[in-house]
Write a protein that binds this ligand. Structure first.
Ligand SMILES: N[C@@H](CCC(=O)N[C@@H](CS)C(=O)NCC(=O)O)C(=O)O
Length: 313
């Protein structure tokens, strides 16, 4: 195994160690958070065994899971608590002020812009705290106490802390939304929305992260074939998901919000070819005409594009 692969696995173990301090992954209740994570962690354990001394909580949690019949049979059906199960933090929130909702953000970040769009759509009063990446503020102990994964967006709602734009968006809608339009409760529609959200996490976001980092952080002068391949593949899949008015059908949902912030960022670093991806192009154009997009996505997206282009050779 390469050093690179071992580093990724260790980083996964380190984060998981911090999420695994209660009986189950999302607290005292066994949920799909356990199911989805244990399937991956147990596979990692097969290729790079977990060292019990170093990761005692992770080790104990994996053992607890592995004793369940459901684990042994590799067959599960458990109802989820949406939102909460998607991301867990077990640290004390640091209250910044009396305002209940606080969002730690950086406007250039696509996932931050998704949450900004949700906040705007729901018309929520939120206090914003900018995390200055240039000064490395995301890596300070102060911020890592709030989110050990040191990512933005991070939301605090009183003493509840949540990372990940998808989890935050779902939480805000579930808790503060006046209706279910952004995150439909009808099971099949919701499942499609969820699939798009995971598609953003698993395919779209890694493509922008990889391409952007190559040029902006690693001194590359042009996108490598590897980066272009990831972006092209992201466009090809999205083209196939974008054949209706909105990404999950005829209704505008957080599938559109979460994917458009990433796709528009990809478009800044590797423009979408309208001939090749006509549905994708038309969907992006439809999104970009919304006031919500203009107000919450445009400024940070332009900043991302300018930053990227300023570093190209
Ligand atoms: N899946 C996460 C990704 C969050 C993420 O990686 N954010 C980046 C900025 S775009 C970040 O905070 N990186 C800092 C770091 O990893 O230290 C989400 O949707 O919120």
């Amino acid at each position: 195994m390469t050093d690179d692969a071992v580093e990724k696995i260790k980083s996964a173990y380190e984060f998981t160690e911090q999420f695994a301090t209660k009986s189950w992954f999302a607290g005292e209740q066994f949920t799909i958070a356990d199911i989805c994570c244990v399937a991956t962690i147990s596979s990692l354990n097969e290729i790079y065994p977990i060292y019990a001394q170093k990761y005692p909580h992770l080790y104990a949690w994996l053992k607890r899971c592995s004793e369940l019949d459901i684990y042994k049979k590799k067959n599960a059906s458990v109802v989820a608590n949406t939102g909460l199960v998607c991301s867990r933090l077990f640290y004390e929130a640091q209250k910044v002020s009396n305002m209940v909702l606080t969002l730690y953000k950086l406007d250039l970040s696509p996932p931050v812009r998704s949450v900004l769009m949700v906040i705007e759509h729901l018309n929520l009063p939120v206090q914003f705290v900018d995390v200055n990446f240039m000064k490395g503020e995301q890596l300070t102990n102060e911020f890592k106490k709030i989110n050990p994964q040191h990512t933005v967006p991070t939301l605090t709602d009183d003493d509840f802390i949540l990372g990940d734009s998808h989890a935050i968006s779902v939480y805000l809608i579930n808790k503060y939304g006046k209706d279910d339009s952004l995150y439909p409760s009808e099971p099949k529609l919701r499942a499609i929305v969820d699939q798009r959200l995971h598609f953003d996490s698993g395919i779209l976001f890694p493509a922008i992260k990889y391409g952007f980092a190559q040029i902006v952080f690693k001194g590359g002068k042009k996108l490598t074939d590897d980066a272009i391949e990831k972006i092209t593949s992201a466009y090809e899949f999205t083209e196939q998901f974008a054949t209706k008015t909105w990404l999950a059908g005829e209704q505008f949902t957080i599938a559109d919000i979460c994917c458009v912030t990433t796709i528009s960022s990809l478009n800044e670093i590797y423009p979408i070819d309208v001939q090749k991806y006509p549905h994708l192009y038309a969907w992006l154009k439809r999104c970009s005409e919304l006031d919500l997009y203009k107000k919450c996505n445009d400024p940070g997206n332009k900043e991302l594009g300018e930053t990227f282009r300023s570093k190209l050779g």
